[in-house]
Design a protein around this ligand. Structure first.
Ligand SMILES: Nc1ncnc2c1ncn2[C@@H]1O[C@H](COP(=O)(O)OP(=O)(O)OP(=O)(O)O)[C@@H](O)[C@H]1O
Ligand SMILES: [Mg+2]
Length: 461
């Protein structure tokens, strides 16, 4: 696998490197402490013993003179496994002790000498490490007291080597771990980048890869996918709407054009006038359609959210009923209202009135049948748990259950209603307004007829 330098730049790797530094530092500190307390401790103890012995011998020289110290040194030199001793005169000649001469190795400032010591084991000579302290006895004699520290040095080396290995392992493992996690992270980022490139390249149906581990990357990929779903839905909706708009506005515009054209060809003033009147009428209808489309777009985009206020839907029900009651009566029908008070909702007054009006308008238009040409409309407003429900019921043909979802889309009109005027935008606006208010439009069977329900969240203060 080629070395991937990109990994060094990932934030995961950087984080891993920082952790590694801190980790290595603490491991190093712990190991140093361990060393200090094992090998270091033994060496310090040996040094202390040597110093104590030097002190004792110096005292002896002071108290008992040369014979005293010589006697002690000779005795101690003979002991097995004992120390290294040398008492030499000013000329450097041995007076007592088991060491030939003062070792030629450099004596450090404090007086310590580290030197190799050859000893006999059976017939063999062995070279071992020794450490001794060198002292001056009143300028007349030199005193050297030391120990064989071969084992101690070996022990120290073993401990030091172990500690270096441990530190090395920690660093290698840390680096490896950082490397692996970063590589994994980078791979997934690359996968997401690739997917987004593909999507930008026009493949809108493509989605971010989800590994199924539900970690942060998966969460990110999922929300990106949700966003893409939403965008795709909106784009499809847009396409549909624009083709619908184009299609549905073409007919009235063609009609308008034909009428004007034929009027132009005639010389009759009356016909001229009638054609112009019709043209105005038709333009008004077109304008109305545009306005309705704009209102739906605005409601769906949630633009009017800041015009929301706490209102009692009871008032809106009353207002709309008052407006439509005369129309219903004129058609020989009835419009009854039962609305509870305190139907508190957070709403845009104008949009909510418009939505309710659209429903009543539909009930007036479609709430009639051949057998029953007079519309019987009932508006009801009540609370249902955490919701406010406003219902408009009629006794017309109703909407078949399979059409109830589709009828809410823009420009959808059922075949039975072709004889009535309309654009098929009324229910779209109602649905848009409900969406804006966090509510829903529900169409139900009133047996006979349709029951359209506006369900809004109850507003509590
Ligand atoms: N109360 C109802 N009874 C039976 N069918 C209905 C009723 N309300 C709506 N519909 C059907 O749903 C279709 C869509 O209604 P919508 O209100 O969206 O459009 P429209 O009334 O045809 O036109 P617009 O409301 O834009 O003037 C209607 O054409 C009709 O077929
Ligand atoms: Mg309508």
């Amino acid at each position: 696998m080629p070395f991937n330098y990109k990994i060094l730049k990932t934030s995961t790797f950087r984080l891993a490197a920082i952790y590694l530094a801190v980790f290595a530092f603490s491991v190093g500190a712990i190991l140093a402490y361990v060393f200090w307390n094992t090998a270091g401790l033994l060496e310090r103890q040996t040094d202390a013993t040597i110093r104590a012995e030097i002190q004792a011998l110096a005292d002896q020289y002071r108290l008992r003179g040369l014979p005293g110290i010589v006697e002690t040194i000779q005795r101690r030199s003979g002991e097995r496994g004992g120390g290294i001793y040398l008492l030499a005169n000013a000329a450097g000649r041995r007076v007592a002790g088991n060491l030939e001469a003062v070792p030629p190795e450099a004596i450090d400032e404090a007086g310590w000498i580290d030197f190799p010591l050859d000893i006999k084991v059976g017939n063999e000579k062995q070279r071992r490490s020794a450490r001794a302290f060198h002292a001056d006895l009143a300028g007349e004699y030199e005193l050297v007291v030391g120990r064989d520290v071969q084992e101690l040095r070996q022990f120290r080396d073993i401990i030091a080597r172990t500690l270096y290995w441990a530190l090395g392992f920690a660093v290698v493992l840390g680096l490896g771990g950082g490397w692996l996690t970063s590589r994994n992270f980078l791979r997934r980022v690359d996968a997401i980048t690739d997917a987004s490139r593909k999507i930008m390249g026009g493949n809108l149906a493509s989605r971010m890869p989800v590994s199924g581990t539900s970690d942060e990357m998966d969460k990110l990929a999922r929300s990106l996918n949700e966003m893409l779903d939403q965008i795709e839905r909106l784009m499809t909706g847009m396409k549909e709407v624009s083709s619908n708009v184009a299609h549905d506005l073409k007919t009235p515009l063609t009609r308008l054009r034909a009428r004007v054209e034929s009027a132009l060809r005639s010389d009759d003033k009356e016909e001229f006038r009638a054609a112009l009147d019709k043209t105005i009428e038709e333009s008004d209808r077109l304008l109305q359609t545009f306005n309705a489309l704009l209102s739906i777009a605005r409601a769906e985009a949630g633009q009017s959210r800041d015009t929301m206020q706490a209102i009692d839907a009871h008032d809106i029900v009353e207002d709309v009923a008052e407006l439509y009651a005369p129309i219903a009566e004129e058609a020989g029908g009835t419009l009854t209202v039962t609305a509870a008070t305190d139907l508190n909702v957070l709403a845009d007054r104008q949009l909510l009135s418009q939505a309710l009006s659209n429903l009543v308008d539909n009930a007036l238009k479609y709430g009639v049948t051949a057998q029953q040409p007079a519309p019987r409309i009932a508006i009801e407003g009540r609370r249902e748990g955490p919701s406010v429900v406003i219902m408009v019921s009629d006794q017309g043909l109703g909407i078949a259950s399979e059409d109830r979802t589709r009828v809410v889309n823009r420009f959808v009109r059922l075949d039975e209603s072709r004889s009535k005027e309309g654009n098929g935008l009324g229910l779209s606006l109602v649905a848009g307004v409900m969406k804006l208010h966090g509510g829903a439009l529900i169409l139900e069977d009133n047996a006979p007829g349709l029951r359209a329900k506006l369900v809004l969240p109850l507003h509590t203060v």
